[in-house]
Design a protein around this ligand. Structure first.
Ligand code: GDP
Length: 451
């Protein structure tokens, strides 16, 4: 990817009728020139870095105004990418953005940015480390306050600092070992046990970070919960009550087709997509069968199935059938609703008693639900490694575990350094201290264009 190109992309979401303002971002050597060529600024406005200029984007004929814009120039290195950056703030929607973008792309030396290319340049120019670039992406995708908090912790350099500290502890040990390999006779003897203890201590911390990251996945990606139950047991009432805890911020964008049977809620910071699978019951009707097929799919794809029964009416044969339909591999929670009313004794399949009417049992329900999805104490996490970072941290932990074996076999020092170096390299890949094409590709290919 040649960094001599100037890249351009729309940095904001583009949709008809949406967004008062859109931002077109340019980065690279001719960004400023392009800005000057494309935007005509009236009067005596001073063209300078970190200033805002007002003007118009003109059509190729130089006569017709395409849009009224603000232009922000940020000269290198004081910009997001560390290169010259120009932002053109034009009107939102689709047409203005498209026309301005066309004008920009007509200029020599400019091309469309690839996904994540701005962030990638920021990393290559040392403006962001890899974990921060990933945090930007996580923040943009956050669907709950807690997910946004976690992303901000990463953006503030929390992951970077933790991993760097662990890596440095390993580097200290490596230095000691390497000195022994070269000058064993000139140095005091190395305390193998202390060394091993230190490596294992780092390993324990890595494993804890991995475990937190796994729990944090629920916060980041959310959970899909399928709602199952006979008519009138209180599914809608339960949904209504739970959705009052913390409203999910769901913006309906035109062009995104959302299943009408799905709703988004947030439970203790975890974004939950609730799928109503009312259609699950035996039928011969073709249309209904289609609905049932979809419901079965929803069951299969769910992280958890919430079976609601009517505690007032008591456990029925249909409830048992519904329970039996839940695929074995999928965790489930059985809720007896209407606990405010008396009812017959309930079987042991029932996990929680609940009342959608008065909210009794609500906390217990939320707790069981999150626990069964492995997101029990997700709200307490302060740092959350993403999958890439976790894979590397796990591999580093595994390498450190091998050092144990090496120690037990009493192999020479240089054998210890092999695993240690591998662990250090892995941690360096997390932060980007060890940057390779493959690492860059893995991180940035998943970004969207304009980031
Ligand atoms: P759905 O068909 O499963 O979605 O059930 P609804 O949520 O529409 O509820 C069916 C009926 O049960 C309604 O009349 C609700 O007011 C009532 N209901 C729901 N939850 C409770 C509850 O916890 N206690 C009592 N007493 N009534 C409830």
């Amino acid at each position: 990817m040649p960094r001599l190109d100037t890249i351009a992309a729309v940095a904001t979401a583009v949709a008809p009728g949406q967004g008062g303002i859109a931002v077109i971002r340019l980065s690279g050597p001719v960004a400023e020139q392009v800005g000057q060529a494309v935007v005509r600024c009236p009067g005596r406005q001073e063209w300078g870095s970190h200033r805002i200029l007002y003007g118009h984007v003109m059509a190729v004929d130089g006569q017709r105004r395409l849009d009224e814009v603000l232009l922000l120039l940020m000269r290198a290195p004081r910009s997001f990418t560390g290169e010259d950056v120009v932002e053109i703030h034009c009107h939102g929607g689709v047409m203005a953005v498209q026309q301005v973008m066309e004008r920009v792309l007509e200029q020599p030396g400019v091309r469309r940015a690839l996904p994540g290319e701005f962030s990638q340049r920021a990393v290559l120019n040392g403006r962001l480390d890899l974990t921060q670039a990933e945090a930007v992406s996580a923040l943009v995708s956050a669907r709950s306050r807690r997910a946004a908090d976690l992303a901000m912790a990463g953006l503030d350099g929390g992951i970077q600092a933790r991993i760097t500290a662990l890596r440095e502890r390993l580097l200290d040990q490596l230095t000691e070992l390497e000195a022994r390999v070269d000058f064993e006779d000139d140095l005091p003897p190395l305390d193998g046990t202390a060394l091993l203890n230190e490596l294992q201590a780092v390993r324990t911390e890595l494993l804890a970070l991995v475990a937190d990251g796994e729990r944090g996945d629920a916060l980041r990606h959310g959970l899909r919960v399928a709602l199952v139950g006979r008519p009138n047991v209180g599914k809608s009432s339960l949904l209504n009550r739970l959705s009052r805890r913390e409203r999910a911020i769901v913006t309906e964008l035109p062009g995104t087709t959302r299943d009408l049977l799905e709703s988004e809620i947030v439970l203790d910071g975890v974004p939950i997509t609730l799928m109503d699978t009312a259609g699950i019951r035996a039928t011969n009707d073709a249309v209904e069968q289609l609905g049932i097929a979809r419901s079965e799919e929803a069951l299969m794809s769910a992280d958890l199935v919430l079976l609601i029964v009517d505690g007032h009416a008591g456990w029925t044969e249909t409830d048992a059938q519904l329970l039996a339909r839940i695929p074995n591999a999928v965790p489930r929670v059985v809720v007896a609703n209407k606990s405010d009313l008396d009812g017959p004794p309930l079987p042991r399949e029932v996990d929680v008693q609940f009342s959608a009417l008065n909210g009794a049992g609500e906390d217990a329900l939320v707790q069981v639900l999150l626990e069964r999805c492995g997101a029990g104490d997700a709200a307490a996490i302060v740092l959350s490694l993403n999958t890439r970072q976790r894979d590397l941290a796990s591999a580093a932990a595994a390498a450190l575990a091998r050092s144990h074996e090496v120690a037990q076999q009493q192999l020479p020092w240089d054998f210890w350094t092999i695993d240690l170096r591998e662990a250090i390299r892995g941690l360096g890949e997390i932060t980007g201290e060890e940057l390779t094409e493959a690492v860059l590709e893995r991180v940035f290919s998943r970004f969207c264009i304009g980031k």
